[in-house]
Design a protein. Structure first.
Length: 716
């Protein structure tokens, strides 16, 4: 069954369970007080979801106002470092009129939290958060109605502060939320869309808050899957192939079995070594002798982009206008470029990890995972047991960036726990992490564009091979344009590795290619690159304002590139946020080393719930973005991955960190947009344009390593 079908089936099952469960049993499960069950109907769960399917999304979370006055949010979202554990309670507390300190949040426990499709796409605050605010407002209205009866007055004559309801005329006449809910078991669902608070009424949203999990994490108290210790637990190591697609021919485990305490469990070609010590298990797996037949695939780093261009045979048009095949006037200029992007890894701090134990016939799992519910379904299907017999427990996730949407380690640890009948912990080695990672797909972008003699953009023909559509459509004023996505079809060959979402999926590639091409034209037209963009944004005032605000903070002064200053910028749109990154870079023309000295992130993301959280995310995007821009690349031959650890895969280092400033456009009365991904999409384009401005060298391949920078300088 496809994952999309399983999601729809599970949503229907969750709602049916709620309908069939009588109020007494439901409240016994969730606890006494006032409980509001609500749905996230505004969240784009399934592409092309029909109205009938849409109606199945009736319950995605619970909000409980308890008898002791504490408020608890039960949500399927997970905390993996981007801050919803803080921003969601802030939104709830402000709309409900309670102190933030009185709000608890339980995330991703599949036994007590309702279904959620996963934590990705910067949807937690901008989609789920808005529905949460409406639910909190609905709960407040219900409580005011209850208070009006208790105080013998009209709800319009009441006011609320920190969960205490009082009459406006006599504040001493009061009743608390706790008193209103004590001894009661009330289950409600959201019936209408109440009006949300305006910015002027907010007391919590818009103020900077330290992440509530910060102390836990810096003191080492936060629990991750690898921190779970169970009585009698064994550590597992799996016999792995040297490359994807390889078939096992023979295996000899005798040397490993000779090590005291080593146990072997096997199910066909799924061969696992167990030991009570992780170190011994790690050593024992090296003693296993194997022979594999590897799958041959005629592609490597040198032939990769030719391969992508050849096999991108299925064409999907994303957008068009005017006459994309129009000829450029003889007085104009045509520009044809190819931009090449490699495979890159997620490389999270925490490797894929899972711990599991059967308690009777029920399986308990702790997994580093951003999709607990679909992972639960996958585990149940793999083991052939009912879903209600699998529980994924609440746990922190140590970095994901899209790489933990799919969680093979959870399925594997479940299989091992079943085979061995023991508590099991499985921690991927860094080599396993790279091999089984769903890499950011390599891509080839071909662009043909044209300007008139006056420097006006009149043609844009954009084609991305094997990459995604996110961020591919341009937002400039260009009369004749076409954007297409080309992927393998039929007999065409696909990627040699698993690929998937990588922070702002495909938008990094698309923004780098588009913004590089824009500056190629700006330079040829003799225009300042900032002004060139502004001249082609008459229909996009939002981006214009973001550009102008960032330029002011950066101290941009007009100049035609290359000016020798090392200034670069790039614009983009991601997760509903309009963003521009300005950088100043210094290029060593003898070594090719690029040092980004400072960066300014300017963005319009509507309501900024937690300004400090947004700044932290933007800073993280800038630093992480330097990795795909300057150093990260998977080397490979066919399906054999040569880059398998940090000795050959370079992440950004502390010495690379520039001065970073963040400008958020004041739009507090507008809906919030995503803050965890937008800034990263601009880093490749901004740095590439800064290198050009500093040296006159234009780079067409990422990462822009010192060797490639030197080669481009010499070719200038």
């Amino acid at each position: 069954m496809k994952r999309e079908e399983k999601i729809t089936e599970q949503l229907s099952r969750d709602m049916n369970n709620l309908r069939e469960m009588d109020r007494r049993n439901f409240m016994k499960r969730i606890g006494g007080g006032l409980v509001i069950a609500f749905s996230v109907t505004d969240m784009p769960l399934l592409a092309g979801c029909s109205p009938q399917e849409d109606e199945k999304r009736d319950v995605n979370a619970y909000l409980k106002i308890g008898e002791a006055g504490r408020v608890t949010l039960y949500t399927g979202k997970v905390e993996m470092g981007q801050g919803p554990i803080t921003s969601l309670p802030m939104m709830l507390a402000d709309e409900l009129d309670v102190a933030i300190e009185s709000v608890d949040i339980i995330m991703g426990d599949t036994d007590i939290c309702p279904y959620d499709e996963g934590t990705y796409g910067s949807l937690s605050t901008r989609a789920f958060g808005q529905v949460l605010r409406a639910t909190a407002a609905e709960a407040r209205a219900i409580l005011l109605k209850m208070a009006a009866g208790e105080l013998s007055t009209d709800p319009n004559q009441l006011q609320v502060s920190n969960g205490l309801v009082s009459t406006i005329s006599d504040p001493a006449k009061q009743v608390s939320y706790a008193e209103l809910t004590k001894g009661k078991a009330i289950l409600e669902t959201v019936k209408e869309k109440p009006e949300l608070k305006k910015a002027a009424e907010m007391k919590i949203m818009g103020s900077s808050r330290l992440h509530v999990d910060a102390e836990l994490k810096v003191t080492g108290q936060a629990k991750y899957s690898g921190d779970i210790q169970l009585p009698g637990m064994m550590y597992a190591k799996i016999v792995r192939p040297p490359s994807l697609g390889a078939k096992l021919i023979s295996v000899d485990t005798s040397a490993a079995e000779a090590i005291e305490g080593v146990e072997i469990v096997r199910e066909e070609d799924f061969i696992v070594l167990l030991h009570a010590s992780q170190d011994t298990a790690d050593y024992a797996i090296t003693r296993v002798k194997t022979e594999f037949e590897e799958e041959i695939m005629e592609v490597d780093n040198d032939t990769l982009h030719e391969y992508l261009g050849k096999n991108g045979t299925e064409i999907r048009e994303i957008g068009s206008g005017g006459d994309p095949d129009a000829d450029i006037d003889a007085s104009g200029t045509l520009f044809v470029s190819e931009f090449k992007d490699p495979y890159i890894a997620h490389a999270p701090i925490e490797n894929h990890t899972a711990t599991a134990v059967f308690e009777g016939d029920k399986l308990n799992i702790w997994a580093s995972c951003q999709t607990p519910y679909s992972t639960k379904e996958d585990v149940a299907e793999a083991l052939g047991i009912p879903q209600e017999k699998v529980r994924l427990n609440e746990i922190f996730t140590g970095g994901a960036f899209g790489g933990k949407i799919y969680n093979p380690q959870a399925i594997e640890v479940a299989r091992i726990a079943k085979l061995s009948e023991k508590p099991i912990q499985l921690v991927y080695s860094r080599e396993e992490e790279f091999l089984y990672d769903r890499l950011r797909p390599a891509a080839l972008v071909k662009i043909k564009s044209g300007i008139t003699a006056d420097g006006e953009m009149v043609l844009w023909d954009y084609n991305i091979y094997f990459g995604g559509r996110r961020g591919a459509k341009h937002f400039y004023d260009i009369p004749n344009h076409r954007t297409r996505n080309l992927n393998p079809s039929g007999e065409s060959k696909g990627h040699p590795f698993y690929t998937g979402a990588w922070r702002a999926p495909s938008n990094n590639t698309n923004t780098w290619a588009r913004e590089s091409q824009i500056e190629i034209m700006a330079s040829a037209a003799g225009k300042d690159p900032l002004q060139f963009r502004l001249d082609h944004l008459a229909e996009n005032q939002k981006m214009t304002k973001v550009l102008e605000a960032g330029a002011e903070k950066f101290g941009w002064t007009p100049a035609v590139g290359p000016s020798g200053r090392g200034y670069g910028l790039a614009c983009g749109i991601d997760a509903g946020t309009y963003v521009v990154v300005f950088v100043e870079a210094e290029v060593n023309k003898s070594t090719g080393h690029v040092q980004v000295k400072r960066a300014v992130v300017s963005q319009d993301l509507g309501l900024v719930v937690n300004p400090q959280g947004v700044i932290i995310q933007a800073e993280g995007c800038v630093i992480m973005g330097l990795g795909y821009t300057l150093s990260e690349e998977i080397e490979f031959e066919g399906r054999k991955m040569l880059t398998r650890n940090f000795d050959t895969y370079t992440l950004p280092q502390f010495s690379w960190t520039p001065q970073i400033d963040v400008v958020n456009i004041d739009k507090q009365d507008e809906p919030p947009q995503g803050g965890g991904e937008p800034a990263i999409i601009c880093m490749g384009g901004a740095v590439a344009n800064a290198i050009f401005d500093a040296t006159g060298a234009r780079l067409y391949q990422l990462p822009m390593t010192p060797e490639r920078v030197l080669e481009a300088i010499r070719a200038t």
